[in-house]
Design a protein around this ligand. Structure first.
Ligand SMILES: NC(=O)c1ccc[n+]([C@@H]2O[C@H](COP(=O)([O-])OP(=O)(O)OC[C@H]3O[C@@H](n4cnc5c(N)ncnc54)[C@H](O)[C@@H]3O)[C@@H](O)[C@H]2O)c1
Length: 455
């Protein structure tokens, strides 16, 4: 992979120029790709429609087998996929491998559900009856952010395909590569050509996809401003949307917590993926009695973690960082930053930074911290650390967030639904409920007798 330069080109019909993708660690260009235009997007939709005809006729068990085979190949190619992700995205190889695990698990989970999707039978008077069919929507579009490229492609496509849909996936132009591996794997596993298609490009290509009349649904992961545009475009075509948007999540640490666990998870809640995780707990509310101890411990552990990662101790200051290694000098680095004495009205506390910055805020009472924690337009995630079991559940019930962690943070088992409240979006990924976002219900009403004339 040392001299790897991936050229992603098709046969452009009306492509709107090319883009380059970089390796953030070194700054080198690793891929040049063509941004697809309207005609090419339409061709992809046509291919997806043809594949949908074949795929939607398969029974759930047949789709299950193919998804399981794809999961097996992902497991087998785990290191290769993780390496590509690390090169193109910049996350650590350790985290990239964890991401890949959540991907094959997701495929296995929805493969398991594929065979058991069923409608209802409803008895009506005089022997007549009705039944419901749960049918796929058709060609769905997935649009991804750059922070979890392979994972987003899997989390969107696995439930969509398990339900019998086709999916066209547009990765972020910053991270265009790993979704192609997924397309290759799906084909190798036995999916019809065009069923999962990767379309490269930025905002313009995304718009062509959202506006296409034959696209039945859009599932989007990205920022709130783009999410608003996606919703507007989808509204014009009365298309359902799933919006997985940004956050500014609170993490509440009560004085009766297990301090060691709270410190470890507060670090993870802020510095996982260099702080570029949508659900990170970046507003850390710490009860007054323990704030000094917490602040001291979080700094110490932060230094140890950094020293381990970079082989040297650096200041915890949020500065630009230039590594010693000459190969890495053109890369993009910054040191993790912890801000203390923060106030609720500060910009760093109100807006999503999407970088390694933790803001620590002091609080006195449960009622006060709940009001302050909920005082945000976002509602993606929240966390609470306490040994008081009743308080833990009471606080979780009051927090306005799609996911609440008790005595942990930033874990995403595929069995649990994930998604936002308020401006963090709607719809869910993962969990059983997500199949509802990729199916439509048909009611069939069956008359068993003769019908009377009403005229
Ligand atoms: N809730 C979640 O599950 C989740 C997960 C990961 C990231 N995020 C959020 O994503 C954001 C960071 O990602 P980003 O910077 O890539 O977001 P972004 O909104 O800039 O871009 C996301 C995707 O939308 C495409 N796009 C941009 N403009 C478009 C348009 N007008 N029409 C159609 N597509 C368009 C981009 O090319 C990209 O593929 C953060 O806010 C983060 O919190 C949310």
């Amino acid at each position: 992979l040392g001299t790897w330069n991936y050229v992603l080109v098709g046969a452009p019909v009306d492509a709107s120029g090319t883009e380059k993708a970089f390796e953030p660690a070194t700054g080198r260009v690793i891929a040049t790709f063509t941004c697809l235009g309207e005609k090419e997007v339409s061709l992809d939709v046509e291919n997806a429609k043809a594949a949908f005809k074949i795929w939607s006729k398969k029974c759930g068990r047949e789709r299950c087998q193919i998804l399981l085979e794809a999961a097996r190949i992902i497991k087998e190619r785990k290191d290769e996929i993780a390496t590509v992700e690390t090169i193109n995205n910049g996350k650590s190889i350790f985290e990239a491998r964890l991401d890949v695990d959540t991907c094959w698990q997701c495929l296995e989970y929805y493969a398991g559900l594929a065979a058991s999707m069923a409608g209802e039978h409803i008895q009506l008077p005089e022997g007549s009856f009705g039944y419901t069919r749960r049918e796929p929507l058709g060609v769905c579009v997935g649009i991804g952010a750059w922070n979890y490229p392979f994972q987003t492609a899997c989390w969107k496509s696995a439930p969509a395909l398990a339900c019998g849909n086709a999916m066209i996936f547009k990765p972020s132009p910053f991270t265009p590569v790993s979704a192609l591996l997924l397309a290759e794997i799906y084909t190798q596993a036995g999916m019809p050509p065009g069923l999962f298609n990767v379309v490269q490009g930025g905002a313009a290509t995304g718009q062509f996809l959202c506006q296409h009349q034959d696209v039945a649904k859009v599932s989007f992961t990205g920022s709130v401003p783009t999410g608003m545009k996606i919703m507007e475009m989808s509204a014009k075509g009365i298309k359902p949307v799933t919006l997985e948007l940004g956050g500014k999540s609170p993490l509440i640490i009560f004085s009766d917590c297990n301090m060691e666990n709270a410190v470890k998870r507060a670090l993870m809640a802020n510095f996982l993926m260099q702080g570029q995780v949508c659900c990170n707990g970046t507003r850390v509310f710490v009860q007054k009695e323990i704030i000094d101890k917490f602040t001291k411990e979080v700094r110490v552990l932060g230094f140890v973690k950094l020293a381990k990662e970079q082989g040297a101790s650096v200041l915890c200051g949020g500065d630009l960082y230039v590594p010693e290694d000459p190969k890495l000098k053109e890369g993009y680095y910054m040191t993790p930053c912890i801000l203390t004495n923060c106030r609720d009205d500060m910009t760093c506390v109100r807006e999503e930074i999407f970088g390694p910055v933790m803001s620590i805020l002091s609080f006195d009472t449960e009622a006060e911290v709940l009001e302050r924690a909920n005082d945000t337009t976002f509602g993606l995630a929240a966390g609470v650390f306490t040994r008081d079991i009743q308080r833990a559940h009471r606080v979780a019930a009051e927090l306005q967030a799609g996911t609440c962690y008790i005595n942990n943070y930033n874990v995403s088992p595929v069995e649990l639904p994930f998604g936002g409240y308020k401006k963090s979006g709607f719809g869910r990924e993962n969990g059983r409920v997500t199949i509802e976002y990729y199916l439509q219900l048909k009611t069939v009403c069956v008359e068993m007798g003769n019908v009377e004339s009403v005229f």
